[in-house]
Ligand binder design. Sequence first.
Ligand SMILES: [Zn+2]
Length: 64
Amino acid sequence: MKENNKPKRNQPYCIRTFRCPECGNHAYASKIGAVTGNGHKKKMYCPWCMEDRNMVQVDFIKHR
Ligand SMILES: [Zn+2]
């Protein structure tokens, strides 16, 4: 029996909401595994500014 060696499917993941500090628009980023807390900063491309911004996480939704 090799049941325990199977890769996990349906891993829990979360969708995080980030806000651009320049234009105030929201962008979304998914993440598998550990969740980062609100206030987390992430350098992301902002499609509205058309530049990389240090976006701030303002919300997250867990899925599993
Ligand atoms: Zn922006």
